[in-house]
Design a protein around this ligand. Sequence first.
Ligand code: MTE
Length: 324
Amino acid sequence: MSLRDALRIPASVITDEAVYRDRRRLLAAFAAAPALAMAGCAEAEPPPPPPRAVIDPALARKGYRTTETLTRFEDATTYNNFYEFGTDKGDPARAARTLRTSPWTVAVGGHCAKPGKFALTDLIKGLTPEERVYRLRCVEGWSMVIPWMGVPLGDVLKRFEPTSKAKYVAFTTLADPGQMPGIAYRSIDWPYREGLRIDEAMHPLSLLATGMYGKTTLPQQNGAPLRLVVPWKYGFKSIKSIIAITFVEKMPVTSWNDLQPSEYGFFSNVNPAVDHPRWSQKTERRIAGTQSKLFADRIPTRPFNGYGDQVAGLYAGMDLRRWF
Ligand code: MTE
């Protein structure tokens, strides 16, 4: 079996990966618990994040906010997919400290009137970061609820005046082996690439995130200093640490689709009616609140990850079986 094959998402990560990986830690914790309790120093569980019971109905209608329980910051920043830093969920939090996020430039090019290389600050200058609380549904079958800070992708793209030939937008992640140890393994044909159809990119829900949990910067493992968040699509579309944005006429090559086209489509809208060839997509393990990552409840997955009211119109007339 080639390394590429070996590193494709194994069935074990879909439901039980966390269980098998954390078994040792869990056993150690069980073993230590009585002793700690007897010693009177059992640690109390941290309090749940503050409830977000009241939200502006207009923001809720747009899909910008949800009252669902937030994922804990500790979970959102230690259980990550960022293959440039390794393929285990805990690798990015450990290894991404080597990622230098400043200075950071983004090359914008292709079919637009105003291409160029821009410092990140110039790219988003004049746009006020807004908070968006989105569900993030990974194709592996887990989900989180994350408060992002960011600017609408469409507002940024318009600045470069895309021409009528700009039918798609392609995004590229930094691929620097000096900063990213995972690049040494050809799990993906680096650099990591993603893409959206131009109308998807211009949709107000598409966000360029620059921060999370009220902070103005992102942790490296979450895609600092600039990542995409497309909440109605499987998480792999939300490309991290972007260094290039290109307006193109043809559907661009995207990393997971290139790696395994029968399992990862270009559109990859969250769709419980279309199973992944190796597992069901009907439910998801929601990692939120104080629930353990290991034993989080499974909840039903919703079409378009619950953003159908906002985005279903983008796909009118499309064959639903081809969503994947
Ligand atoms: N972007 C890059 N460059 N490399 C990656 O490996 N993983 C994707 C996506 N963006 C990935 C990436 C996947 S599979 C998911 S589910 C999300 O990032 C996870 O984002 P999070 O770690 O912030 O939760």
